[in-house]
Design a binder for this molecule. Structure first.
Ligand code: FAD
Length: 409
């Protein structure tokens, strides 16, 4: 086994390069910029890209390395749906807003593809079909209702009954929802690095190893941000600090720990058509293949581990071993037609789940030039893509507001 990050704090996933250390300058002197972006994960970098495209001046500062934070551990699955079931969302935010979010999230893959082609990013982006299934007979009718709802709003999806599922997949499913080509997979860290390179090449500035802790308003309506000993003044600010915001506002989400394993490369994916993305409705788990032929399996959600590696009274290292073992055994059972499934990498990391399952984006109610984008939730990548476009528009036009259902409570 090459990497086993038991507590998930030290080791990076296998897809993160070994030279994952700050290599860009840090903020050492006072700066003045048009828009300051705080946070160099996918949300911040995508905002910087979009704002530069809109002709704005951009400075991005991030506390460690570009692509750190959740983006470093991201499994890179974009399913092309809204993350949360449309049916569930309809019950929490109402039909109109649920449909609005679904349409927004569905556009994320296309937007991503354009950005990747424009920036020339080599982030292993591939369009994929996606399969969303249940293996519990009592859940089949709820999933079929989900299919009907999605179909009704014009999503390109197909219902697969138990027989058809059995023909295509080697694991038991009583029903599933198939969406061809609407999903995608990518390497989040590579995308972050390529975006940072593109930003600096196109007149933006990217600083690593630089924390912004205080944001103040100035008399002229601009902002003054403290970054170590230096100050940064800006006309507008994007707060894309990721889960760090929970330290200030813990009510925004719930931290959980999620476990991932990657297998040794496999040559024939028997029982797994077209390397599609697979998501279970029965628990929080999803699977994809990687560009070097591995299976990447994420799931086994648990309460959040403490930085000291404990969960309640339990030693988390023992828990991690059990979780990684469970994932490997489940994989072997699901894909019994694949002769040699062997776990090579294991890692875990905390993930933020929100009450509605949606990201947050909007404008500060008092400081109109301060926008936030926290791409939490079950489809964080889609949130980062569509959210960054929205936030950029809000900064370019003070009349534009964020969608009400995505604004902070
Ligand atoms: C294990 C795991 C698997 C995931 N898998 C998927 C998936 O398959 N599909 C999907 O859609 N989503 C997935 N996600 C979610 C996805 O990774 C995130 O939604 C996405 O990366 C958005 O990141 P972000 O930029 O908002 O935050 P982050 O990536 O956390 O970036 C925030 C950055 O801000 C920096 N920062 C924080 N505070 C400061 C400060 N004061 N000053 C300066 N910088 C600061 C941090 O160092 C960090 O680099 C996954 C997340 C995890 C943890």
């Amino acid at each position: 086994m090459k990497q086993e990050s038991l507590r998930g704090s030290g080791l990076s996933p296998f897809f993160v390069p070994e030279d994952f250390l700050p290599s860009r300058p840090s903020v050492k002197q006072d700066l003045n910029t048009d828009i300051l972006i705080i946070g160099g994960g996918l949300s911040g970098l995508l905002c910087a890209y979009t704002l530069l495209k809109a002709g704005r001046g951009v400075t991005l500062v991030t506390s460690n390395t570009v692509g750190d934070g959740a983006s470093r551990f991201c499994s890179g699955t974009v399913t092309g749906d809204g993350g949360v079931d449309l049916r569930t969302l309809r019950d929490t935010v109402g039909r109109e807003q649920a449909v609005a979010w679904y349409r927004l999230a569905a556009s994320a893959v296309e937007q991503l593809e354009k950005i990747i082609s424009d920036t020339g990013s080599k982030c292993d982006f591939r369009r994929r079909g996606s399969f969303y299934y249940t293996s519990f007979p009592k859940e089949a009718s709820a999933l079929r209702e989900e299919y009907l709802l999605r179909h009704h709003i014009g999503m390109d999806c197909r219902w697969m009954g138990a027989e058809e599922c059995e023909e295509m997949f080697s694991f038991p499913c009583v029903g599933g929802l198939w969406m061809s080509d609407v999903g995608a997979e990518l390497n989040g860290v590579k995308l972050c690095r390529d975006l940072a390179d593109w930003i600096t090449l196109h007149g933006g500035a990217v600083y690593e190893g630089s924390r912004v802790d205080v944001i103040e308003t100035m008399r002229d309506g601009g902002y003054l941000c403290r970054c170590g000993e230096a100050s940064i003044t800006a006309k507008g600010v994007v707060d894309a600090r990721g889960c760090e915001i929970l330290k200030k506002r813990p009510q925004l989400g719930r931290r959980v720990t999620v476990f991932s394993i990657a297998t040794e490369p496999i040559s024939v994916f028997r029982g797994w058509p077209d390397h599609c993305l697979i998501k279970s409705r029965d628990d929080f788990s999803y699977l994809r293949t990687t560009s070097d032929g591995r299976i990447l399996y994420t799931g086994e959600l648990s309460a959040s581990l403490t930085p000291e590696g404990r969960m309640g009274g339990i030693d988390a290292n023992a828990l991690c071993r059990v979780k990684y073992g469970n994932l490997e055994e489940e994989l072997k059972e699901m894909f019994y037609g694949i002769p040699r499934i062997k776990r090579e990498y294991s890692f875990c990391q905390s993930l933020v789940l929100t009450k509605k399952g949606l990201p947050y984006l909007g404008r500060d109610p008092q400081w109109k030039g301060l926008c936030y984008l926290y791409a939490f939730g079950e489809c964080g990548l889609a949130g980062a893509v569509v959210g960054s476009a929205w936030v950029s528009r809000m900064l370019c036009d003070p009349k534009i507001q964020g969608p009400e259902y995505l604004t902070l409570p």
